[in-house]
Design a protein. Structure first.
Ligand code: NAD
Length: 479
């Protein structure tokens, strides 16, 4: 099998690091052998990106011309939607229907930031003397973008589009578990016509990531991934006084009050944790249910979970494909075993499938744990799989205390028919996003980010582009 190269300075290279395999988690086959970037390759990518940042072909490009390149990315993605969706499905195991939707969403991210790029304004601020003052927003320089494996096509678009719209150059390092979309973005950027060195994509693991963020030519780090890695990255960036944006893990409470529409709440909370096999930072993994409806809810959720068909990700009736890797599937299963040892009842799921059709892949069923307190490890730690922990609560104040008793603060959901309660609880929850009578709806126009151990900074919306810019105050004397 030929080694797939990465892209530095608009040139494909197999570099001098150790190649590695990308595995299709649906059957364990090798999808591709991918080049590994060495320290020398990391350096070459950063040097190319620095040169491109200063080159007139990028620096002097007017915002509407920069926008044209981003529109072109969006058009190319729309045209190649099916091929890109199949590629992500093979690399990551998500269902084909979810991959199609994610490619469409990623294409719209490039469109949104193209529009933002050409309509972006610099405010003239009130003067306090004989001068004129304006706030200019300028690109920070070379941004290192580091991404995880759970939704590569959307998460990488969420970084590339605003970084480029803001006028920066970028070195993207996708996860070594799912390198294929990052390499697809490299090809798309070449096709779209970005000047050399503006978009560089290098492939490799943690060591490559560490070398990249430590490089003195990197002006800013934008990271999405686990909280433990985020802490390490923050430490490195802190020592170098490099700005850093961190989108990290979650253990999101999804809350059902007794006055909720039960059928919708069951479907909404089930989809909130089981869709994408629970490998989502915003998965509603702690489900809080008011005592009066606890038993009825639990029975409804169990039935829903048992109807959640596992299967080949390209089959139309498949609700959930395999997890992204065998290693991760085993990690999820260990958490279920830990839950058992903490006294949890496993209401459904909790076993690695032995069915011959599923045995070849990294499958894991929708699993429900109950009977543990919010202080248990399965309630406090991110499992990142299709595992819901269901907990009862007595009243609003008990609920708020339990829901906020978490190191994480990424997202939350509330199911109720009482709008003033929805408002009160939404204001009291310590999370970056709150959904009311819906869950996991996302729009590129709305800022997204975590509080507490779930991150620092905001992606999406206009703020998601400003994050990659310095503000410069300019005073122009009038005397
Ligand atoms: P991870 O932290 O293991 O890896 C993420 C990326 O960081 C990978 O590209 C990896 O190679 C790289 N990396 C690892 N160590 C590094 C280091 N020392 N220096 C630089 N780079 C390094 O995370 P993962 O297992 O790939 O992804 C799952 C995690 O991502 C979950 O915790 C999930 O909640 C989180 N996530 C968060 C969001 C969000 O928006 N908040 C979105 C998706 C996923």
């Amino acid at each position: 099998m030929q080694t797939l190269p990465f892209l530095i300075d608009n040139t494909w290279s197999t570099g001098s690091g150790k190649p590695f395999d990308s595995i299709n988690p649906a059957d364990g086959s090798v999808l591709a052998t991918v080049a590994g970037a060495s320290a020398a390759d990391v350096n070459a990518a950063v040097v190319a990106a620095r040169k491109a940042f200063a080159a007139p072909s990028w620096r002097d490009l007017k915002p509407h011309d920069r926008a044209s390149l981003l529109y072109r990315m969006s058009e190319l993605m729309t045209r190649q939607q099916e091929a890109l969706a199949v590629l992500q499905m093979q690399d990551n195991g998500k269902t084909l229907s979810e991959c199609r939707a994610q490619v469409a969403s990623a294409a719209s991210t490039f469109r949104y930031y193209a529009a933002a790029c050409e309509t972006f304004e610099s405010p003239v601020t009130p003067s306090r003397g004989a001068y004129w003052t304006v706030t200019l927003y300028e690109p920070v320089g070379v941004v290192a973008a580091i991404t995880p494996w759970n939704s590569p096509v959307t998460l990488e678009a969420q970084k590339l589009a605003p970084i480029l719209a803001a006028g920066n150059t970028v070195v993207l390092k996708p996860s070594d578990v799912t390198p294929m979309m990052g390499l697809a973005y490299a090809r798309l950027a070449l096709e779209a016509g970005f000047p050399p060195g503006v978009v560089n994509v290098i492939t490799g693991g943690a060591e490559t990531g560490q070398q990249l963020i430590e490089h003195p030519g990197i002006a800013m780090v934008s990271f999405t991934g686990g909280t433990a890695t985020g802490r390490l990255i923050a430490k490195t960036c802190g020592a170098a006084l490099k700005p850093v944006a961190l989108e990290l893990g979650g253990k999101s409470p999804n809350i059902v009050f007794a006055d909720a529409d039960l059928k919708k709440a069951i479907a909404g909370t089930a989809e909130g944790i089981f869709s994408g096999a629970g490998q989502s930072c915003i998965a509603g993994s702690r489900i809080f249910v008011q005592q009066a409806i606890y038993d009825r809810f639990l029975e409804g959720l169990r039935q829903y979970a048992e109807g959640y068909r596992m299967g080949e990700p390209d089959q139309a009736d498949t609700r959930t494909g395999p997890l992204a890797s065998f290693k991760h599937r085993d990690h999820v299963h260990r958490y279920v075993e830990l839950g058992r040892s903490e006294g949890a009842q496993v209401l459904t799921g909790g076993v690695i499938p032995t069915d011959p059709a599923l045995r070849r892949g990294a499958y894991y069923p929708a699993t429900i744990l109950a009977g543990v307190s919010n202080g248990s490890r399965v309630c406090q730690e991110e499992i990142f799989g299709p595992v819901a922990v269901v907990l009862p609560f007595a009243d609003e104040s008990d609920l708020i205390a339990q829901a906020n008793d978490s190191d994480f603060g990424l997202a939350s959901g509330i199911w109720t028919s009482d709008f003033s309660r929805a408002w009160r609880v939404a204001r009291a929850l310590e999370t970056g996003t709150v959904w009311i009578n819906t869950y996991k709806q996302l729009s590129i126009t709305t800022p997204f980010g975590g509080v507490k151990d779930s991150g620092i900074g905001t992606e999406k919306g206009l703020q998601g582009m400003r994050v990659y810019m310095h503000s410069k105050g300019l005073y122009w004397g009038l005397n």
